[in-house]
Design a protein around this ligand. Structure first.
Ligand code: PDD
Length: 276
């Protein structure tokens, strides 16, 4: 895993961060995390499309084309001989003297990417996990995958301190998503998930699950639901890159449904596994 992508070059991994990189100082940049299964990045086009959208929303012009970036990322996976794991990539607005406003137009964005080997999460996907609840204190553009993740970091830390896999976020009564995943509930044979608006990141896994449900004939409602609805749901699961689909069996002290992974969650997980 010792090769990295730095702008347009695959090179030995080393620490090249400039202390005035705007990603480092302001979180002024965007990122993607892409799962790699059997040596192949999963849904790479969809991740790169989202990267392009995030760039547009923060007025950052990506250096080079998405097609070039795609082939560089594939080259990186091959150079590192990665079979199972993730690609992390980010594009910051570049390095310049620290002033809040955008730097002069001759400052170029900085792209970095590296890979990390990770086992598949099959056991946790089959067995399920627990979650905690916490208030969603993020800004109002959660649809952009930016480097500003401090509220997500604090929420995930709360989960870990409570031996939980995730922190499910709510704004007042309404469930939005989780610190690094999207949330689905099952009620009376139908799925519910927060609509893809500014309050959530429209997960690539989430979108794929919606497509798969279409094929399975499962009705999905992209509608908001309350914390109470979730705690009283028959099933709850989360989706994210590499975690895929994880049943949530308990939230804080409350057991969800039977306390076992539910039928619909298992059906969705099984369908997802046919993708790799
Ligand atoms: N996070 N919501 C948030 C806030 C996320 O950070 C993520 C993913 C998701 C799921 O998106 P996707 O299905 O595209 O991975 C939803 C990545 C994995 C991370 O930050 O590590």
């Amino acid at each position: 895993m010792n090769k990295m992508l730095y702008n347009n070059r695959i090179m030995e991994r080393e620490n090249l961060i400039n202390i005035e990189d705007r990603g480092y100082q302001f979180g002024d940049g965007i990122y993607e995390v892409i799962g790699v299964y059997d040596g192949k990045p999963l849904m790479l086009d969809e991740h790169l499309e989202r990267l392009e959208r995030s760039a547009g929303e923060v007025k950052l012009s990506l250096p080079g084309t998405i097609v070039d970036l795609k082939s560089k990322l594939e080259e990186l996976v091959a150079a590192n001989g990665l079979q199972e794991g993730i690609i992390y990539m980010q594009v910051s607005r570049g390095s310049a003297a620290r002033w809040h406003e955008f730097p002069a137009s001759d400052v170029s964005p900085v792209t970095v990417a590296y890979t990390r080997a990770e086992e598949r999460m099959s056991e946790i996907e089959d067995q399920g996990a627990t979650a905690v609840l916490t208030e969603d204190i993020r800004w109002l553009r959660c649809d952009i995958k930016t480097l500003n993740l401090l509220p997500n970091v604090l929420a995930k830390q709360k989960a870990v301190e409570n031996n939980a896999i995730e922190a499910i976020l709510h704004r007042g009564d309404l469930v939005t998503e989780a610190s690094a995943s999207n949330v689905f509930i099952v009620k009376d044979g139908e799925l519910f998930t927060h609509p893809a608006n500014n309050f959530i990141l429209n997960g690539i896994t989430r979108k794929k699950v919606l497509q798969l449900c279409d094929g399975l004939g499962v009705k999905v409602n992209e509608k908001t639901y309350t914390v109470k609805d979730m705690l009283e749901a028959d099933e709850v699961f989360i989706t994210a890159t590499k975690l895929d689909v994880v049943p949530i069996l308990k939230i804080d002290d409350r057991t969800i449904g039977t306390g076992e992974p539910g039928k619909m969650t298992r059906q969705v997980l099984q369908a997802f596994r046919t993708l790799y």
